[in-house]
Every structure is written in C-alpha cells, then in structure tokens.
Design a protein around this ligand. Structure first.
Ligand code: BJW
Length: 240
C-alpha cells in the first residue's frame, strides 16, 4: 500500500516540474494550448543564442513571467509537500521550477535545478546582481562593473545546471527510499534522468494528469492534478 510505504520511508525525495505550479496560474511549458512552448519558440526565448539575437525580447518575456510569479500564490500541492517535509525523517525537494512557490508554502531549501527567475545575473561574469549593480539606461539593463547585459538567473537550453545543486540532487536520489515525481513531462534532461539513480528497491510514485516516461516506469501512477492528489496522499499516510 502506498500510504504504508510513505510511513516507512526514511528518506523521501520529491522532483517537481511546472505542473505543480499550474494550479497557481503559472503556465506550463508543454501540453496545454496556453503552455509557453505551444506559443513561442523555446530556442528564441530560452537559449544563449536567442538572448544574443534579441536581448530586449528575452528580457521583457522574463520580466512578464517574473510579474506573474510574484502575483501567484502557492496552491494545495505546494502546501502538501511542505507538510510532508515535516512528517518524514529525511526529505529532499528537487524542483525544475524557477518560481519560489515551494519556499512560500514553507519548504526548506529546495534544490532549484534550473535556477530562479527572481535572480538577475551578469551575462558575462555570471555573478548575481541587485538593483545597485545595474545601469538601467538600456533594456536589458547592464552590469555596472563590466557593461555586459543583465540576464535572468535561469538555466537555458545548452547550459550546464549549477554543479553543486545537480550533485546534491543526484546524491539525494541515490540515497532515497522513495521518489515522488510531480508535474513534469520528463522530456528535459538531465533532470528527467535523475530517476535512473533511484535504488531499484525504492518505489517510484508519479503524480500527473498525463502519462509520461516516468509514469510508465512508476510503481504507483496517480493520474490526477497535484492540487488534489498530494493533499490526499499526505492525509492517507499521516492523517489530517
Ligand atoms: C500537471 C498539472 C497539474 C499539468 N498537476 N501535473 C539528453 C537527451 C536529449 C536532450 C538532452 C539530453 N541531455 C541534454 C539535452 C539537451 C536539453 C534537453 O533536455 N532537450 C530536450 C528538451 C530535447 N537539455 C539542456 O540543454 C540542459 N542542459 C544540459 O543538458 O547541459 C549539458 C549540456 C550542455 C551543452 C551541450 C549539451 C549538454 C538544460 C535544460 C534547461 C531547461 N530550461 C527550461 C527553461 C528554464 C528557464 C525558464 O523557466 O524559462 O526549464 S525549459 C523548461 O522545461 C523549463 C522546465 O524546468 C523544463 C522542464 O519542464 P517541466 O517542468 O517538465 O514542464 P512541462 O511543461 O514540460 O510539463 C508539465 C507537466 O505537468 C506535464 O506533464 C503536464 O501533464 C503536467 N501537469 N497540470 C500535476 N495540475
């Protein structure tokens, strides 16, 4: 029984994707008709080449998305994961999401594989910039120290994931005795291949309204939206 597996698990690892924030009103990248990549070319908006080609377009697209994130609220799925963290002996949350809704729901130190949309970096030096570090007479603004454009602190296609975050995520999955994967299409690597590090005896649990590569390999596939499924799952294992 899934509830019992949760009760017995010593280290629960959770990997989330855009689907966990969908019920907070943040569009996913793939799938539905209002998803980002069904409307825009990902290489134009989420690659270094696209940024070089049209920095203003990319900067403004991320500024629009940043506003959406700041206006959004965590949903019952985020809150259920924050609750779960306090109920199991060891818990690691790994997210591909660049929003901060897990943190705002109460999750401690989620591992952000693809960075944060709320951070601005120098496109030449990589360092994080705050308002005082920026010259804002252009769009995008520029780094006061070197004059290069500022860019969003996210990981674009073709870029390496932050090494320390990736290493911590791989270590966590390799030592997990349960992996819960929520709201990801499982097409973007290396995040999607993290599941391969799960020890064979540990159950894989997938929550997603749609089938994915992960759901086909899962021991338990809960085919439902996360906002309904996760609170029910935590309640079934640990009570109200
Ligand atoms: C719900 C729901 C509800 C809806 N409840 N669920 C191996 C094989 C093939 C390709 C590669 C490979 N290794 C590397 C690559 C290349 C590339 C890649 O993976 N390409 C594939 C797409 C073909 N990967 C990279 O480039 C990565 N870097 C890298 O590998 O570096 C090494 C390297 C360098 C140089 C050369 C070669 C290698 C970097 C990937 C960066 C991804 N960046 C983005 C944008 C981030 C910034 C931003 O936010 O703009 O990250 S792309 C986008 O996809 C975003 C997401 O984090 C990521 C994953 O998407 P996610 O979370 O799965 O969302 P969706 O929309 O795809 O799915 C939503 C799901 O939710 C669906 O399943 C719904 O059903 C579900 N859902 N409502 C629960 N209520």
């Amino acid at each position: 029984m899934l509830a019992e597996e949760f009760q017995e698990a010593q280290h629960v690892v959770v990997l989330t994707g855009a689907g966990v924030s969908a019920e907070s009103g943040i569009p996913t990248f793939r799938g539905s008709t209002d998803s980002y990549w069904s409307q825009f070319d990902p290489m134009m908006l989420a690659s270094v080449e696209g940024f070089r080609e049209n920095p203003k377009l990319v900067w403004e697209w991320y500024a629009m998305r940043r506003e959406k994130v700041l206006a959004a609220q965590p949903n019952p799925a985020h809150f259920a994961l924050a609750r779960l963290e306090g109920l199991v002996p060891r818990f690691t949350l790994i997210t591909q999401n660049v929003d901060d809704l897990h943190e705002r729901a109460g999750s401690q130190n989620p591992l952000h594989l693809h960075g944060s949309i709320l951070v601005t970096r120098c496109s030449a030096e990589g360092r994080a910039l705050d308002g005082a570090d920026l010259l804002d007479d252009t769009v995008p603004p520029r780094c006061r120290r070197c004059g290069a454009y500022a860019r969003p602190g996210v990981v674009w296609f073709g870029e390496m994931l932050p090494r320390d975050v990736w290493d911590a995520a791989e270590r966590a999955v390799a030592s997990a005795d349960m992996l819960l994967i929520v709201g990801t299409s499982a097409v973007v690597h290396p995040a999607a291949s993290l599941a391969a590090s799960l020890p064979k005896i540990a159950p894989l649990v997938v929550v997603n309204p749609e089938e994915t590569e992960h759901s086909r390999a899962a021991d338990y596939f809960i085919q439902a939206p996360a906002g309904a499924a996760l609170p029910a799952l935590v309640e079934a294992a640990f009570g109200k």
